[in-house]
Write a protein that binds this ligand. Structure first.
Ligand code: PHE
Length: 502
């Protein structure tokens, strides 16, 4: 006695109705079951010995574009031969090729085959081609004709000669060939007997429901086992872009440290981007190569006269700061020019012009622009993490401590501070981190204490700790990237496999 499940019974009787032996397609049609269910059931029926599965290979061959062209015009060697015959059976290779009107790259092929088929011979000394014997239609030409007429053939249904010819055309790359396994199911005697038994089919259940329990039907049904090791389909739910996640994390760390976020416009006057930061007007960084200047409108508004005049004096002679300044004539027009901000330090200094009362702790994570060539390490737009701390007694140690805390919270254990130079800070330093993948130290951010030339025109008396650095670099370390362009490339595959950060 064999227990039949519902689908097994359906499949078996569909098979019986189809004459006991039939294809999958027919079984699907006859049983009304979904494809996958028929395949699965047929396999279990085969295991139980109720069905036999015969596999037949069906190879379909079709002419490709080149094959079709040959079917129309004749194989290149045939065309060469016809041309040779027109030229009375003997002629220079050049003339025959021209007469045959063959494409340049087909000539060597035609020549190779015409000799292999012994239709003609080439005298290499004189480069003349001579007809050898009557060239009858070959099996390759016959199959070419057949393929052209029928569109496609099933290789297994062809005779031996035709199958050989198919191989020849296949080697000449004139065919598209696709193999398919065709399965035929046959009901066995045991299968027929099982159908006759007329036992009630066992119902299969994938989920236990309250009804099944209350009606005690669960005792009669078969609960299907789940294969918990089977891989599930991959799902790609929408999520925040990895770069946005890093931005979010940087923000959260500063907020945790008690900072307030500030933001400013992408377009700034050169005044805030450069002049207020004591960068001389002929500073190389201002030149067209680094800075994007706006074409229209070209200029913007300067702040109050007070601030502008003090900045001008600082540049010209140092004003009240004890510095000698840069010693040139400061130009209003140059300061008014509009730029895409090249750093977010433009925002912190602008903030200081309006907020003077310590303590101040502000930060920004925002976009900046520089006219850089696009490479694995540079893009023309990127983000900076910027901030300032203003208070009575803060020092460089506090600055290094703040930065160290930020990077540690970010997950970077080993950071160092190296001395360096910025026109607007003294002392100046840069935070460095070792990139394990690139195997070198990379600069994370510039920092320092604003010089009096910067703070005095804003009316700030306390020390100002300032820093600003790249966010993409942090992202690259965090995400294990060695090419910054990945962050902006919208490569779906990478976006999908990059997990959400914790
Ligand atoms: N603005 C500098 C840069 O873009 C970084 C910096 C900010 C340096 C603040 C010192 C102080 O590289």
């Amino acid at each position: 006695m064999v227990d039949l499940r519902v689908n097994e019974r359906k499949t078996l009787s569909a098979l019986e109705k189809s004459g006991g032996k039939t294809s999958v397609e027919q079984l699907i049609h006859e049983s009304g079951l979904p494809d996958a269910a028929v395949m699965r059931t047929a396999l279990t029926l085969q295991e139980k010995g109720l069905v036999k599965v015969h596999e037949e290979k069906k190879t379909r061959a079709k002419l490709n574009d080149e094959g079709k062209a040959h079917a129309k015009k004749g194989l290149p060697e045939r065309r060469l031969l016809s041309a040779l015959k027109k030229l009375r059976g003997k002629a220079s290779l050049e003339n025959v090729a021209e007469e045959a009107d063959l494409e340049k790259n087909s000539i060597p092929i035609a020549l190779g085959w015409i000799q292999k088929k012994k239709w003609a011979v080439l005298d290499t000394k004189t480069n003349t081609l001579q007809v050898l014997e009557r060239a009858e239609e070959g099996k390759d030409e016959r199959i070419l004709r057949l393929l052209n007429e029928k569109g496609q053939v099933v290789v297994e249904d062809l005779n031996k000669e035709q199958q050989e010819a198919i191989q020849v055309l296949k080697r000449r790359k004139l065919l598209n060939i696709k193999g398919k396994i065709k399965r035929i199911f046959e009901i066995t005697d045991a299968g027929l007997a099982a159908l006759r038994e007329r036992k009630e089919a066992i119902e299969e259940v994938t989920q236990l429901t309250p009804e099944l329990i209350m009606t005690r039907k669960w005792q009669r049904v078969k609960l299907i086992k789940f294969d918990v090791t089977a891989p599930g389909p991959s799902v790609y739910p929408g999520k925040m872009h990895p770069l946005q996640q890093i931005i979010q994390r940087a923000r959260e760390i500063f907020l945790e440290l008690g900072f307030t976020e500030i933001r400013g416009p992408l377009v700034e006057t050169a005044f805030w981007n450069f002049d207020a930061l004591f960068q001389p007007q002929d500073h190389p960084a201002r030149e067209m190569m680094d800075t994007f200047y706006l074409a229209s409108p070209k200029t913007g508004k300067l702040p109050s006269k007070n601030i502008v005049n003090s900045v001008a004096s600082v540049h010209e002679n140092g004003w009240v700061t004890g510095s000698k300044g840069w010693g040139y004539d400061w130009s209003h027009d140059e300061a008014k020019r509009l730029v895409l901000r090249t750093h977010t330090t433009a925002e912190t200094i602008k903030y200081l012009a309006e907020h003077k009362k310590p303590p101040i702790k502000v930060f920004s994570v925002d976009r900046v622009y520089r006219n850089e060539q696009l490479t694995y390490k540079n893009t023309a737009e990127f983000h900076q993490i910027e901030g300032i701390v203003v208070d009575e007694n803060v020092t460089l140690r506090d600055l290094m401590g703040t930065m160290k805390t930020f990077y540690t919270k970010f997950g970077l254990k080993k950071t160092e501070f190296w001395p360096c130079y910025f026109p607007y800070t003294e002392p100046s330093a840069q935070a460095m981190v070792y990139h394990p993948k690139l195997k070198r130290w990379i600069e994370l951010c510039g920092m320092g204490i604003f010089r009096p030339e910067v703070t005095a025109p804003m009316g700030i008396k306390c020390p100002v700790l300032a820093w600003g650095g790249g966010l993409e670099r942090l992202a690259m370390i965090e995400l294990g990237l060695d090419d910054i362009r990945m962050l902006y490339g919208n490569r779906l595959e990478w976006l999908r496999r990059t997990p959400l950060c914790q």
